[in-house]
Design a protein around this ligand. Structure first.
Ligand code: NDP
Length: 345
C-alpha cells in the first residue's frame, strides 16, 4: 500500500516538473521564432520548431489527460489484510448478524459479497432472512434476541427493506453498541455532536479514500450530491468535522452544474447514471463517485467517467471504487464493536 502511495506521490511531483519542462519548451519555441526573424535559414528552423511543437502538443495532452484513478480494491485489500491479522489473535471470533427482509436479487448479491469478505477475514457472518410479509414484531423480537446474545458483536438490517415495514423502528431496536451501520438515532446524534461513535460505512469509506491519497480536506469546498441518511447526511458531518466548507445538493436543487463546478472535492451519491458531466466539474477537482447503477447489465456510477477523468485530478471508478472500501469499513465497524465490548470486561 505504502509502495503504491509513494509511486503516486512521485508521479504528482514528476507531473509538476513535467509542466515546468513544457513551459520551458514554450519559451524556447518563442525564442526560436524570434531568432528566425534574424537568421533566415528556413529549413533548420522549421524542422526544430516542428519537433518542439510536436513534443509540446503530445505531452501537454498526456499531462492533462492523466488524472489519478483511485483503486478502491487496493485500499480495501490492505484494510482486510490488517483485520485478518488482528482477528487471528482473538480467542473468540467476532461475529455480525444481518437481517434481510424479502428476497430481492440485488440485495442477495450485496449480502453474499459481505458474507464472503467477512468469512475471508475470520468474522462469523450470520444471515437472518425473513420472507416479505413476516410480522414486524417477529423481526423486532429477533433483533432483541441478538442484542442480548454475547456472541453477536454487530447487527445490521440490510437496506432497503419493503416499504410496509417501519424502517426507523426496526433500526432503533438495534442496540447502539452493535449498530454497525451507525444508523440508530442515538448514534446519529452522537456523530452530529462530534462524539466518538459508529458511523455509516459509506461515509467512512469516502473519508478513508481521501486520507489514503493524502487529499487535503480542511478549507476545501466540498459539494455533495445526495442527502440520504446512508450517504449524503453522514458525509456532511464527516466533512464539517474536518473543517471543509460543505454544500449539499439534492433532486430539487436548481442549476446543479453551477454548484458542482465550484467543488474542489465533489462527492456524488444520487443513483442516477451519467448525472455528472465534464462541464459540471472544475478542472483538477477530486471526484468521488458513490453511485452504483445497473445499466443494461453493466455497473456504472453517477459520473461520466470517460470525460470527467480527463478533467479531474483524482477520480474513483465504478465498480472498484467506493464500494469495496465501504465493505472494508463494515469490517472495521464490526471490530470496533468487538473491541469496545471486550475492553469493558
Ligand atoms: P437514495 O435514493 O436514498 O438518495 C439519493 C439522493 O440523491 C437523494 O438525496 C436525492 O434527492 C438525490 N438525487 C437523486 N437524483 C438527483 C439529481 N438528479 N440531482 C441531484 N440530486 C439527486 O440513495 P443512496 O444515498 O442510498 O444511494 C445513492 C447511490 O449510491 C445509489 O446509486 C446507491 O446504489 C449507491 N450506494 C453506493 C454505496 C457504495 O458503497 N458505493 C453505498 C450506498 C449507496 P432527494 O433527497 O431530493 O430525493
Amino acid at each position: 500500500m505504502k509502495f503504491f502511495q509513494n509511486i503516486k506521490n512521485i508521479w504528482i511531483i514528476y507531473k509538476n516538473y513535467l509542466c515546468s519542462f513544457f513551459l520551458c519548451l514554450h519559451i524556447l519555441n518563442i525564442f526560436m521564432s524570434t531568432m528566425h526573424l534574424f537568421v533566415r535559414n528556413d529549413f533548420i528552423f522549421v524542422i526544430i520548431k516542428v519537433r518542439i511543437g510536436e513534443i509540446i502538443f503530445l505531452s501537454n495532452n498526456e499531462v492533462s489527460k492523466l488524472s489519478i484513478i483511485i483503486d478502491g480494491q487496493e485500499i480495501s485489500k490492505s484494510i482486510q489484510d490488517t483485520i485478518k491479522t488482528n482477528v487471528k489473535g482473538f480467542m473468540i471470533r467476532p461475529s455480525v448478524a444481518v437481517i434481510q427482509i424479502g428476497d430481492n436479487a440485488e440485495n442477495n448479491s450485496y449480502i453474499s459479497i459481505k458474507e464472503k469478505v467477512c468469512s475471508s477475514v475470520g468474522i462469523y457472518f450470520r444471515l437472518f432472512k425473513f420472507e416479505e410479509g413476516t410480522p414486524e414484531l417477529t423481526i423486532i423480537n429477533k433483533i432483541k434476541e441478538l442484542n442480548n446474545d454475547d456472541y453477536v458483536n454487530g447487527i445490521m438490517i440490510h437496506l432497503p427493506i419493503p416499504a410496509n415495514y417501519n424502517e426507523k423502528r426496526l433500526i432503533n431496536t438495534i442496540s447502539n453498541a452493535k449498530d454497525v451501520d451507525g444508523l440508530t438515532d442515538i448514534n446519529v446524534g452522537r456523530f452530529v455532536n462530534g462524539k466518538k461513535t459508529l458511523v455509516p460505512c459509506t461515509a467512512l469509506a469516502v473519508m478513508r479514500i481521501l486520507e489514503e491519497n493524502n487529499i487535503e480536506v480542511e478549507g476545501k469546498h466540498v459539494v455533495i450530491v445526495g442527502r440520504s441518511k446512508l450517504v449524503g447526511k453522514p458525509l456532511i458531518h464527516s466533512f464539517l468535522l474536518r473543517d471543509a466548507t460543505v454544500t449539499v445538493t439534492h433532486s430539487k436543487t436548481e442549476n446543479l452544474g453551477d454548484i458542482t463546478s465550484l467543488a474542489d472535492i465533489l462527492v456524488v451519491a444520487a443513483g442516477e447514471p451519467n448525472l455528472i458531466k465534464d462541464s459540471m466539474v472544475k478542472k483538477d477537482a477530486v471526484v468521488i463517485d458513490v453511485g452504483i447503477n445497473d445499466v443494461n447489465g453493466k455497473l456504472v456510477g453517477d459520473v461520466d467517467f470517460d470525460k470527467v477523468s480527463k478533467k479531474a485530478s483524482y477520480i474513483t471508478k465504478v465498480p472498484g471504487g467506493v464500494g469495496p472500501v465501504t465493505v472494508a469499513m463494515l469490517l472495521e465497524n464490526i471490530l470496533l464493536c468487538y473491541n469496545t465490548k471486550n475492553s469493558k470486561k
